[in-house]
Every structure is written in C-alpha cells, then in structure tokens.
Design a protein around this ligand. Structure first.
Ligand SMILES: [Zn+2]
Length: 285
C-alpha cells in the first residue's frame, strides 16, 4: 500500500462545474500545498443547459461525455489528479431541475437508493481515508434534486464509513456569508455597465447563503484566483467567466468568490473562525 499524504480532502458534488464554482480556490490551494484532493462527482450533468450556440447540439449522453472532458480540463487547471464519478461514468444520470419530468427517470440520481449510492462513496472513503469532507447543505445549496441527493449520499456515506472503519473527523457544507454576498453584489452593480453581461443575478440565486455567524471557516484562495477562473472557464458549456464575475446559462452576472466559506457540521469548531480545513487534526494542521 502506498503511503498517504498527511492531509486528505474529499469533495462530493452533483455535476461537473459545481466543484470549480464552489471550491475551485480551495482545491487548487490544497493541491498546491501537497494535500491529496479527491473529487467525487455524482452525475455527468447530461441535462445542463448549454451556453455556446455552437455546442447546443450536444444533449444527453453526448453532453455528458463533453462535460467529462470539461471536468478533466478543469482539474488540470486546479492541479487535482484524483477525480471520479460516483459508481463509475454514467451510473447515475442528471435529474434536471426540480419539477421536471426527468426527476422520475429511474436512472436519475434523484431516484437512486441513498444507501446504494452511499456505498459507492464509502469505497472511496475507505481507500482515501479523508480527514475532511466537503459537500452541500440539506437543501443542496439551492434546491436542485441532484445537489440535495449529493448531500444525502455524502452524509450517509460518512455514517457508513464510520461503521466500516474510517471516521471522517471534519465535515463541512459550502457556504457564502450574507454580508460578503451583499457587498459583492453591490460591487457587481457598480461594475455591470463595463461587463459583457446585461443583468445581475440576485443574492438568493447564490447557493448556500447564510448569516455570517454560521460561517466557521474561510479559505483565502486569492493566490489561486487565476486557477479557479481557468477551471470555471473550462466548463464552457455551463459557465461564462469575465474577470471577477461569471454567468450561468441564465446570463445573469454573479460574483466569482476567491475566498471560499464553509460551515463545520461535524468536528470541533475552534474559538475563532478557522482559516484551514484541517485545523485541529493531528499531524495535518
Ligand atoms: Zn450542479
């Protein structure tokens, strides 16, 4: 058995692009610092809306395959070598936005048995032995069925892995502090006339926004802003990046955060806001 790096971070996401938007700076920073960064993506995002007109012919499995290539390119930008699809490529399909008929497709991730799906993740956990797991809150950040299911599967896998011999000491949910979000949107409104986007999103469109007191941890990824931008731009079917801003297929501008925020939900919080996901972990902080 090869020896594991001292710090091991596992991230669980729903679709290719979510990792770069939510955690791109964090992933780049820890990868550059020598941590083992493992990404598990639950679906290939076959139902995502495609931005570039020249790629809109891609749908279903063809879009999934294309997005797999985008994910590979994004991971190259972040310096992350270990990225996997839950249960292997195509095991779980994109469920589409809440309320769509695709939510009822038996092959979609939303219809997956949580324990079955979690067992695929437990295999990864027992191999990697992460000290830190990052995923979404129980609302999936913003209510997309695949994000909610990724949360359920990740949290269930934490329990099952503990029973099977590896207890993950720290679990975090992705967050954006409300005050930081409000400030970033105020700046966006000031900058909007000079941007290639005509309209701004609103703070409620941003996943995981909570009151500031719930934030336990902030990761300064300013030094990795370029890597995060490049990784997001690699997901060209889904994201249009312009400087400090980006838009999804709705063409509404949003701030691109290079400091990323978290809420510790399992593990011992420090007295002050953490600046390292591994803080307090013996031999890793
Ligand atoms: Zn997603």
């Amino acid at each position: 058995m090869t020896e594991q790096p001292a710090r091991r971070l596992l991230l669980v996401h729903a679709h290719p692009d979510d990792e770069s938007i939510n955690n791109g700076a964090t992933m780049a920073r820890y990868a550059a610092e020598g941590a083992r960064v493992t990404l598990v993506t639950c679906t290939l995002g076959e139902l995502g809306e495609v931005i570039p007109p020249g790629l809109r012919h891609l749908t279903g499995a063809a879009l999934g395959e294309h997005r797999r290539g985008e994910l590979t390119a994004a991971m190259r930008e972040l310096g992350v070598a270990d990225f996997r699809l839950l249960g292997g490529a195509g095991r779980y399909q994109d469920s589409g936005m809440m309320g769509l008929p695709e939510n009822d497709d038996p092959a979609c991730f939303w219809r997956a048995d949580v324990d079955d799906a979690a067992r695929h993740l437990v295999e990864v956990i027992l191999e990697v032995c992460p000290q830190v797991l990052v995923t979404y809150d129980d609302h999936g950040g913003y209510g997309h069925p695949d994000h909610i299911q990724a949360h359920r599967v990740a949290m269930r896998a934490v329990e099952l892995a503990a029973d099977a011999g590896w207890r993950i000491p720290k679990v975090y949910w992705n967050r954006v502090p409300r005050a930081i979000g409000e400030r970033a949107f105020a700046q966006l409104h000031a900058d909007l006339p000079g941007l290639p986007f005509t309209k701004s999103a609103v703070l409620d469109d941003v996943p995981g926004v909570v009151d500031d007191e719930r934030i336990t941890t902030e990761i300064d990824g300013t030094a990795y802003a370029t890597a995060k931008s490049a990784a997001m731009a690699a997901h060209a079917t889904q994201i249009d990046v312009s400087g400090a801003y980006f838009a999804l297929s709705n063409e509404l501008a949003q701030p691109l955060f290079t400091t990323e925020y978290y809420e510790l939900v399992r593990g011992e919080p420090g007295d002050t806001r953490e600046t390292d996901l591994f803080s307090g972990i013996e031999g890793a902080s």
